[in-house]
Design a protein. Sequence first.
Length: 316
Amino acid sequence: MTPPDATPFLRRLADRAVSVVCPAKINLTLSVGPPRPDGMHPIDSLMLGLGHCFADTLSLEALDELPSRFSRSFAQDAPLRQTIDWPIASDLACRAHGLMQEYVGRGLPIAANLIKRIPAGSGLGGGSADAAGMMVGLNVLFDLGLSSDQLVQLGLRLGSDIGFAVHIQLGHRAARVSGIGDVIDPVQPHNALNLVLILPDVPCPTEQVYRAFDRLSGELDHTRPHGAELYHQRVIDLLSLEPSNDLVQAAMLTAPKMREIAESCRELGQNPHVTGSGSAMYLVCETFEIAEQHSQSLSRMGVAAIRMKVETEDRS
C-alpha cells in the first residue's frame, strides 16, 4: 500500500501546515444482512471514491502547545449548504484527532479548519472522509510514522466507513468492503463514470434507515450480495455494472422527498441510484454532455445536482 506520506490528496502548505482533500464516496452496490447479536448489520459493498470531483477540505497547522483549535463551515460554493448544528466534540474529524493523540501518547496541538461541501446525512461518507483526512494529515504533519494498516485500524474504531476513507487517502479508488466495514479489498475500476450527483435537501439519519430496513427485511434475499459475480475480479468494468442498494426502500420511507426526486429522474429517462443509507442519489450517464443536461434539468426543478466525470485510475 502507498506509504502514508505519499498521498494524492495531501499537500504541504509550509513546514508546519498541510491541506487535505477529503473525498466523498458512493456505493455502487450495497447488500445488507440481518443484524448481528450486537445490533450491527454486516454489509457487502462495492465503494467508489469521488476523488477531487466532490470533497471537503481540511487545513491543519501545527501549534507550539495545546489547546488545539477547530473551526468548521460550509463552502460558499457548496451545492447544498447546511447549518452545522452538531457539537464540535462529536465531529468525526475532532474525534479522530483525539484518538490519534491517545494512540501516540502525546498531544498533537493544531489549528484545524474544515471547509465542508459534502452534506451530512447524505450517505456520501463526509464525516468519515474528514476523519480519514485528519488522521493522514496528522501522521504527515507530526511525522508520526504510522503505517497504512495502523491508520485503517484506528479509523475503524470510529466508524465503519472510515477504513475505506483512509484507503481513498492512500490512493485507491474503489474496494469491496464487507463485514462491518472492517474487511477492505481494493479493486481496480475500469472506465471513467459520467455522473450526476443529486443532493436532496433532507437528511437521512442512518439509524432511522436501518430501523426501517429491519421492518422491511423479510422481503429481501440476503443469500447473495449484489455484484457478487464481479468481486473475484481484480479489475471491474464499471460500465457493465448495474448499481443496487438494499437500503433504497428504507431510505425513501425515512425521507419521502427522495421518492419525488427519483420520479423526476425517471421522467428524464434516467434510473436514479441511492448511495449508502441516502439521501444522496446519482445518475450514471453515457456521456458528460448528457450528465450536464440532466444536472441542469434537475437544477431548474430546485434540486441540487452536480455533473462530474469520475476518473478511476488507481494511484496506489
